[in-house]
Write a protein that binds this ligand. Structure first.
Ligand SMILES: [Zn+2]
Length: 150
């Protein structure tokens, strides 16, 4: 004798739906953390590059602009804090996956550099400071002239 247990099937069906929903949500969260991390890491390397370029150009010109340097240091520290927060929110598996992805990207970037034969561009994209209208580096976080946040 075979009896179809409708209630049990329904329950299992619901469980399947729940599991699917949960997995999709997990994946979405995972993707978001990794995306946030990648965005923040890109911001961090941009800010660090800008800070380095600023300190170097100030040094070369024999000038000082500690307030502007401080702004960059503060911005770098903020991004570092945001990265730590994202990492704290990640599960160890997510963290490992993100690290592996970053390592793979670094390797890919290195490969690209080796292939590249074009001379390195000294001037990248620039933008105009909305406050003092000075031309500044496209990646600059603050105006080199007036210190306004860009
Ligand atoms: Zn300005």
């Amino acid at each position: 004798m075979f009896e179809l247990d409708i209630e049990m099937l329904k329950e299992q069906g619901l469980q399947l739906v729940d599991t699917a929903k949960k997995t999709a949500q997990d994946l979405a969260d995972k993707g978001k953390n990794q995306l946030d991390l990648m965005n923040q890491q890109a911001r961090l390397s941009r800010a660090q590059r800008q800070l380095g370029a600023l300190v170097y150009s100030l040094h070369k010109a024999g000038e000082e602009n500690q307030p502007l340097v401080d702004k960059y240091i503060e911005a770098v520290a903020e991004v570092e804090k945001a990265i730590e927060e994202i990492k704290t929110n990640m599960s160890p598996e997510e963290y490992m996956a993100a690290e592996a992805e970053a390592a793979a990207e670094d390797a890919a970037a290195e490969d690209e550099e080796e292939i590249e034969e074009e001379p390195v561009q000294l001037r990248g994209e620039t933008k105009i400071c909305p406050v003092c209208k000075a031309e500044v580096d496209g990646d600059a976080l603050f105006c080199n002239h007036c210190g306004a946040q860009l």
